[in-house]
Design a protein around this ligand. Structure first.
Ligand code: F6R
Length: 615
């Protein structure tokens, strides 16, 4: 986690680094800092709080000059969020500054060693240890900064994306990555450094994404020099042309990114299936699958690994793959899978789902699966992300940047990709007739329009939110394809409103949770016509008779649930497998409005970060 930004060139660095940090606040926002070099002085300003607090401090202290700058927005791992623990960190001489995203696991022993040689430390961070280690190596070995960084990194265990600047060599910034992302924007006589491309997209579309284990010397007037940290091998950098634009990452008139991203779902889903789903021809094209179709058709089992919302998308996919393609599917939390010596071999296909493409646990699960011979397919949103590069093949969701920490459009676009994959596999295995296949494509094609319709309930959902915003607990119930949606609805509410919520399969209620029900408990029940409707109606009756407050997510025109529920929210009809793409929408809006009404920071909920690059 944490976001890093750097600039070296002819422009004022301050506005570029500051704006860049604001765009990266999704990666962490408990403290921030910037170092600026103005040709004579190296000034560092840092503070607990948001990037806005940093801006106020820097402008009050008049620290805004310089054409070289590095900045950091933090999600604390070592040391509480306070001014001292914020980055950038200085070396003891005051010459070298560093920003760091990641964790140096052996920092304690390195710190002990440096302390015994007279180094002192102000902060509790692993990063301050690293910058002093670099300084120590530079002095001891009498080497240039780049070499010192390389030697120091070879003594560390852990993960990092770093940018290092030395006031004695003010024409260069040294960067390196292992396990945390780092992109270099290449402009005309200027370079940008960032955790992702959003901080520099309006300045240049040319970017180099460092691979794990690589470092680069970014020097004015020179090409970027990339080499392997471990053995010094030079690497020819691949300069990539970026496709995203600035508009895609700004709020576009919405009050929050989360709301914008909820409303973007119809177009995001079209972007996901555009060029892949050829309805008229009755074809699904997906290069990553087409090129490896035998891996899929021969697979004895599909294993899905992911975390959080992406794991919920994986659960929906389990129902879809088993139903369409008749292949056994298991869905695992990546964080559990990686540590439990799983039974897996070359007959398994592993699908790794990740919006950011940077989640450390998912990455570790992929590496483990690969080491056991499995074929690993990635479903990621962020183009060029670490997971998309680590997997054997994959399909992007093409949802566009997701900035709100609570995942919304990533979830529905993941389900869309996974549905296309399941349909393609069903066809390839001969488990679905052409007519049926074609019918499913037509239905999927109608989903964006139906989501637009579901979004029309927004005002009504505000009324429901107002009614229950002060509840201490919520329950979410669903069955079949909509059980994972119940889990996702509960997660959305928890993470942005801090209200305790749980998702359950509706029929499990009577095995325990029904004891929680009283007149203060709002229960959100997904009860669409397709999907065990009568059974869910009976489950509603059971909880109704215990006085629960019922909010039904129902199919348009529903009468039975309406007669029992306190509120109903309608969604259009579709085939059962695609109902999650519609039932999710009101749950996203409900959690959004509750959180806004409670005055919570919707886009940046406490304790969270958008991409979880630590274990
Ligand atoms: C919840 C949320 C998280 C992520 C999880 C995995 O709204 O955003 O639960 O889904 O951290 O992240 P990715 O998909 O980037 O691997």
């Amino acid at each position: 986690m944490c976001g890093i930004v750097g600039y070296i060139g002819h422009r004022d660095a301050y506005p570029i680094v500051l704006k860049g940090l604001q765009r990266l606040e999704y990666r962490g926002y408990d403290s921030a800092g910037i170092a600026l070099y103005d040709g004579a002085n190296l000034n560092v300003c840092k503070t607990k709080g948001k990037v806005l607090d940093l801006k106020n401090k820097m402008e009050a202290e008049n620290i805004t000059e310089g054409n070289i700058g590095i900045g950091h927005t933090r999600w604390a791992t070592h040391g509480v969020p306070n001014d001292v623990n914020s980055h950038p960190h200085y070396s003891n001489s005051g010459d070298i500054v560093i920003i760091h995203n990641g964790i140096i696991e052996n920092y304690a022993s390195l710190k002990q060693e440096l302390t015994s040689r007279g180094y002192t430390f102000e902060s509790d961070t692993d990063t301050e240890v690293l910058v002093n280690l670099i300084e120590d190596v530079k002095k001891k070995e009498n080497v240039k900064l780049g070499k010192a960084v390389q030697i120091a990194l070879n003594q560390t265990i852990g993960a990092y994306a770093i940018a290092v600047f030395d006031r004695n060599k003010p024409d260069e910034i040294i960067v390196a990555r292992l396990g945390s992302p780092l992109a270099i924007g290449v402009g005309e006589d200027e370079f940008f450094i960032a955790s992702d491309a959003s901080p520099f997209i309006e300045f240049t579309k040319s970017a180099i994404y460092l691979e794990d284990g690589e470092m680069a010397i970014v020097r004015l007037g020179r090409e970027v020099r990339v080499r392997k940290i471990q053995d010094d091998t030079m690497v020819v950098p691949y300069v990539q042309e970026l496709q995203m634009n600035l508009e895609q990452i700004e709020k576009g008139g919405y009050e929050h990114f989360m709301l914008k991203e909820i409303y973007e779902q119809p177009s995001a889903i079209v972007d996901t299936y555009r060029g892949r789903m050829l309805v008229d021809k009755g074809i699904v094209r997906m290069a990553g699958m087409d090129d490896n179709i035998e891996k899929f058709t021969n697979a004895k089992r599909i294993l899905i690994v992911a975390c959080g919302t992406s794991w919920h998308a994986g659960l929906v996919a389990e129902y879809i793959f088993e139903d369409f393609a008749r292949v056994p599917v298991e869905v695992e939390y990546a964080s559990e899978f990686r540590y439990r010596n799983p039974i897996i071999d070359e007959n398994d296909v592993v699908i790794a789902i990740s919006q950011s493409g940077e989640t450390a646990d998912t990455m570790a699960a992929i590496k483990l699966a690969k080491s056991k011979g499995a074929f690993v397919f990635g479903v990621c949103n962020v183009v060029g992300s670490s997971i998309s590069r680590e997997t054997h093949a994959g399909a992007y969701t093409h949802a566009g940047p997701e900035i709100g920490v609570a995942s919304t459009k990533a979830f529905t676009t993941q389900i869309t990709v996974l549905s296309l994959m399941a349909l393609k596999l069903a066809k390839a295995k001969g488990n679905m007739s052409h007519a049926d296949f074609h019918y499913h494509l037509q239905e999927l094609d109608l989903i964006p329009k139906k989501i637009k319709k579901a979004l029309e309930s927004n005002e009504h959902i505000k009324v429901v939110a107002k009614k229950y915003m002060n509840a201490a607990n919520f329950l979410y119930l669903g069955r079949g394809f909509n059980f994972p949606v119940a889990l996702e609805g509960a997660l959305k509410l928890k993470e942005i409103s801090y209200i305790h919520a749980e998702g359950y399969p509706a029929a499990e209620m009577k095995h325990g949770p029904i004891a929680l029900i009283d007149e203060n408990m709002p229960v959100v029940v997904i009860a669409t016509k397709k999907g065990h409707y009568e059974k869910v109606v009976s489950n509603i009756q059971e909880i109704k008779s215990r006085d629960a407050r019922i909010i039904g997510i129902v199919t348009e025109g529903d009468k039975d649930v309406r007669s029992m529920a306190d509120y109903v929210i309608e969604v259009p009809d579709t085939i059962e497998a695609f109902t999650p793409l519609l039932t999710t929408i009101p749950l996203q809006l409900l959690s959004y409005h509750v959180a806004v009404m409670l005055g919570k920071n919707v886009d940046q909920p406490r304790n969270l970060a958008k991409s979880v690059t630590v274990e």
